[in-house]
Design a protein around this ligand. Structure first.
Ligand code: APR
Length: 321
């Protein structure tokens, strides 16, 4: 398997390399250390921190009204969202794939960034050594004015479109909703409320589509456009991987990594937790669940269980006010 490709942690055949061993399921064993849960010790550490990383996942946008991938809400018309996120799914049924991604674009445009997106954006403006690695493709951090030079999108964005043929380098930024008229969402399926009811409802008939109805590449004029997100088995954007690599390789240590709203089950994103640790970072997890991060808890870690939209502004308060 290629190291820069999007993969589930569980798909590793063995923990044969030190980097891989950070994210095998075997590492999710009871830790000997218990994480701290008090705000005060976290605030003390944050105030003296200079280099801080944030690793973001779908849970950050959950209270805005967007479903996460795993657990409740991780279904779309009875298909697992993760099963649709592959080049094979697109090749097999581009109409279904486009209906799924058009729906996610629509949902993302229908909701608003929450206080955690704004708090992280504010921290990025206040702390020059703060860098965010986001797995989210929903555009909410960008809409919260997170400085773009400090926001690295590991999995791309729903609002980039590119030619589905790798030999054609056409790419565009596109916020049109629906992407093409044939993908318009029937009014009774369009509300973001709770997200689960409508998108998982396989009883609601979808319009039947032909490839002619789907967006085509205006450059090569032969192939379909596809969403500019990273699918399982695909390489992450090289420029983003290099930014992360440079940050981790800098001579100064990293003080802290905040792991916010992610199940940390997907490679290579999950591996950044171990890599930051190796550069001295203490780990702070913010999540609805209190699961240990890959590699388990270590002395000096923090776990704040609850809604990121509430907790993150509270955690960052001493720096962002
Ligand atoms: N606040 C904090 N955490 C939350 C909240 C919330 N309000 N709601 C849910 N969570 C947590 C869940 O407990 C879970 O651990 O967010 C996490 C979401 O995990 P996933 O659904 O696995 O999403 P994520 O980790 O972002 O997935 C990674 O997998 O499918 C691919 O490419 C896709 O970027 C995605 C990647």
């Amino acid at each position: 398997m290629l190291r820069g490709c999007l993969q589930h942690a569980t798909s590793f055949p063995s923990a044969s390399s030190s980097i891989r061993s950070n994210i095998t399921m075997a590492d999710r064993q009871p830790s000997v250390f218990e994480p701290q849960t008090d705000l005060e010790s976290f605030h003390t550490h944050l105030k003296k921190s200079k280099r801080v990383l944030a690793l973001l996942g779908a849970g950050l946008s959950a209270s805005s009204g967007l479903p996460t991938f795993r657990g409740a809400g991780g279904l779309w018309r009875s298909v697992k969202s993760t099963d649709l996120a592959t080049p094979q799914a697109f090749a097999r049924n581009p109409g279904l794939s486009w209906q799924f991604y058009n729906y996610r674009r629509h949902m993302s445009l229908s909701v608003e960034p929450n206080p955690a997106h704004y708090a992280l954006a504010k921290l990025a403006r206040k702390m020059p050594g703060f860098v965010t690695l986001s797995q989210n493709v929903d555009g909410l951090s960008q809409r919260a004015d997170h400085p773009s030079d400090r926001l690295h999108l590991l999995h791309g964005t729903l609002f980039d479109l590119k030619c589905s043929d790798e030999r054609c380098d056409y790419r565009e930024e596109n916020y049109t909703d629906p992407v093409v008229p044939a993908l318009a969402i029937p009014a009774d399926q369009a509300q973001p409320a709770g997200s689960v009811v409508d998108i998982s409802d396989s009883m609601v008939a979808l319009p039947s589509l032909t490839t002619y109805d789907l967006p085509h590449c205006p450059e090569c004029k032969r192939n379909l456009l596809r969403p500019g997100v990273v699918w399982f088995g695909e390489a992450l954007p090289e420029v983003v991987l290099n930014k992360a690599k440079d940050y981790l390789a800098a001579p100064e240590n990293i003080d802290l990594i905040m792991v916010i709203g992610t199940s940390a089950q997907v490679w290579p994103a999950a591996g950044y937790i171990g890599q930051a640790r190796a550069r001295g970072a203490r780990v702070c997890v913010v999540n609805m669940d209190s699961d240990a991060p890959p590699g388990g808890w270590k002395q000096g870690d923090w776990m704040f269980a609850g809604d990121a939209a509430v907790l993150v502004p509270e955690l960052l308060k001493p720096v962002i006010g």
